[in-house]
Design a protein around this ligand. Sequence first.
Ligand SMILES: [Zn+2]
Length: 408
Amino acid sequence: MRKQVRKRKSGTTEPSTVDANRAIDLVVALMKVPGPSCHEEQITKQVRRRLIAAGIPASAITTDNAHKKSPAGGSTGNLIVKLPGTIRAPRRMLMAHLDTVPLCVGCRPIQRGDSLVSGNPKTALGADNRSGVAAILNAVLEIQRKKLPHPPLTLLFTIQEELGLFGSRFVNVSKLGSPKLAWNWDGRGPERITHAAIGGRTLSIQFHGIASHAGGAADRGVSALALAGLAIQDIVSGGWHGEFLRGGKVGTCNLATIHGGDATNVVTDRVDIEGECRSFDRRLLDRIAREVERACQRAVRSTKNCRGQRGSVTFQTDIEYEPFSIPKNAASVKAAESAIRSLGMKPELLTTQGALDANWLNARGIPVATLGAGQVAGHSLSERLDIEQFLTGCKVALRLATSPELSA
Ligand SMILES: [Zn+2]
């Protein structure tokens, strides 16, 4: 049989270093397990089995009911592992999402150059985010194998991240043991610390007009299409579309899809618009949605048919992900910086325009910084895992899980 992944020289025995072969075998094994969002049961089982084989008592491993609260449903909740410490220090939490995008199902990891890629050309690799799962699972397996001292630890493996952060959104926070320091692995560069992420709202608008014959009774109609046009004009000319600055804060708004009308001889009685807005600032995020709603109401008020009747608008907005920003001097950030420095790298602080599980944990009062473990080009057929970056991510995870110097 063809050897799929080349072995490295045997691992070192220094307690705080990572056995490269074991870490690579682990991530390869995890990437092979299918686990698209809402179907995380196999990968959950696999992680649980490895923890138990390493001597973690089954009673320390639980799942919550996040899937029962998720609008997407799903077969299992978040996997939560709580370990007592062997040294006295505040509890630390390490987290990563278990699910992959559906494109990863059927992947066969093979080594190509310095990377792992999918040997199946029809699938992505699933390094997003099995690299993160492997980095934290590997840290705990190393702790167990080498009997490394460690503070109290919580591991949180979330579900349904790719679908809309539903695992982190509906996590049962009372099961996490109030960690004072927390890190999420879901990215590329192991020296990169994402400490702030943008928040997002959905915008859903329905204009209801009054249908009428477009020739014989056009004056009795109220065109939902005209209402939509007026509202869009108002939003754009008011400076609430595209990217804009308000009070020094940046926001974006994108009205993205529009549907309506059935026939050219009928005054359009319904138009649906879907869009989204984003900002790092929660108040601005809410204000954008309010401004869009007001513009829609102005359009409705300004338009009447010959009988003085108006159309109407139904407006809905939902928080998709909470924005967050943890200060640069927060304990989770400082600890990550010192772990990264101790491995000879220069830490890099970042903000992201994307959404992370960390958004919801931070919104619930747990200060989570996000780190990388070698995933490149996720959600695509050219996805790969940078082996060196992955191994460095594993080392950072092990330091953060064990190092006594990091304090809250
Ligand atoms: Zn991810």
